[in-house]
Design a protein around this ligand. Structure first.
Ligand code: TRP
Length: 403
């Protein structure tokens, strides 16, 4: 999880978490008593549904390809109306995908890649168009960054997104400052100044989130993209995202019928844990809490060997006797996300859990897997030119987007 919103807000939420319950909002993720996030409780609280194995089987059947590892391993674990999307698809109706990123930092870590890797799979499997929002407006509003810097970060992040392999004939990437319209930059700047002036005014909390929340909501409606979906106002939208984005789209789903649109469907992931353990937080200010796509092979090796929290015992003798606690072991958790081979993963869990395999050996395998992944990403990103970014971001029709 990233650093989010303003200090005071963050502190308030933390206090809430300590006093009462876990807090998961688009701006803050805090577990109860700094423990683990309780995802069952979150499903209850948010009122979304669990993504059960029968739905995953259906995806398998409808797409005639093995479900993505993130589906098989329960990384994407919750949804809203995903079954309706599949019903419609089965009847021969298509849909479109919508996802996004707040461009707050130059380089992405592995957690940031997860929704995009998954969205790429969905696009390939269902052969549907995709719109990707870069919320440079929101970052400008809430961070001490200029309009130009946010726009630059958006383009840099677009390169990482394109490197995930999206199909240019079916993908439109847009930045809010570019796409919302010519007045938007000034509206955001004016809003930002007004907020600074209002900082201590009781209304400031009330108006704080509004404009950016609705800008993130409207891409859920096909009419927001007349160059793509004109005449297809009933096209359904599926949003892959981390579950902290759910409140945005709960609001969107509430208003959709009132303005004559379908509710967007959602498919939602859990959070990618920090190297220090699931109770830790990946933090932008601590580069050792996460693996970045810009890390060298040496960085990856060092970070995993030094920081990846081990569920193994503290002496070899004890380890051979008791085995590793897989529940808290980060190398195993990371392999869960990124080791494709189900049989090998099963084997590692069994041997490591029984104490036959040592932490060092599991880390060794993880280092291999992640070094390959990061190297592949680095090469793909290096091949993304400015012209390609322009091409993905051009406001244009996508004539063969459903083929
Ligand atoms: N709010 C998201 C972030 O800060 C970015 C985002 C915009 C997004 N639109 C989205 C994420 C749609 C998922 C789906 O990262």
């Amino acid at each position: 999880m990233e650093e989010k919103r303003e200090e005071s807000e963050e502190q308030k939420n933390k206090d809430q978490a300590q006093d009462h319950e876990q807090v998961v909002t688009p701006w803050q993720v805090a577990a109860k008593d700094s423990g683990k996030i309780d995802y069952d409780k979150l499903i209850d609280q948010f009122g979304c549904q669990r993504l059960d194995p029968s739905l995953i089987d259906r995806v398998h059947r409808l797409t005639s390809r093995p479900p993505h590892v993130f589906l098989r391993r329960g990384v994407f674990f919750a949804h809203r109306d995903f079954n309706d999307i599949l019903d419609a698809y089965e009847r021969g109706e298509k849909f479109y995908l919508y996802t996004g990123r707040g461009p707050s930092s130059e380089s992405l870590h592995l957690g940031h890649l997860i929704p995009f890797m998954f969205t790429k799979y969905l696009q390939d499997a269902f052969k549907v168009p995709l719109v990707i929002q870069l919320t440079d407006d929101e970052k400008c509003m809430w961070k001490n960054l200029s309009v130009e810097e946010c726009q630059r970060l958006a383009r840099e992040n677009a390169k990482d997104i394109i490197a995930c392999g999206f199909d240019i004939t079916r993908t439109f990437i847009f930045s809010d400052f570019d796409y919302v319209g010519g007045l938007w930059v000034y509206l955001v700047l004016l809003g930002k100044i007004t907020l600074e002036k209002l900082a201590f005014h009781p209304y400031s909390q009330l108006i704080q989130y509004d404009s950016c929340v609705v800008v993130q909501a409207v891409p859920s409606f096909p009419s927001s993209f007349p160059h793509l979906f004109s005449g297809k106002e009933n096209l359904r939208c599926l949003i892959p995202c981390a579950i902290d984005q759910d409140p945005y789209f709960r609001m969107t789903r509430d208003v959709a019928p009132r303005i004559g649109y379908n509710k967007p469907a959602l498919i939602e992931s859990s959070f990618f844990p920090a190297l220090q353990g699931e109770t830790g937080k990946m933090s932008a200010s601590d580069p050792n809490s996460a693996i970045y796509v810009t890390d060298s092979a040496k960085d990856i090796k060092n970070k995993i060997n030094r920081y990846a929290f081990s569920g193994g015992q503290d002496s070899t003798e004890k380890h051979r006797q008791y085995g590793a606690n897989l529940e808290v072991d980060i190398p195993v958790k990371y392999l869960d996300f990124f080791l494709d081979d189900d049989k090998e993963l099963e084997h590692i869990k069994k041997e490591y859990g029984a104490g036959h395999m040592l932490t060092g050996e599991v880390k060794q395998r993880l280092i291999q897997v992640l070094t390959e992944l990061v190297e592949r990403h680095r090469k793909a990103r290096a091949a993304v030119t400015d012209e390609m970014v322009d091409a993905f971001m051009a406001v244009r029709p996508l004539p063969n987007m459903f083929n």
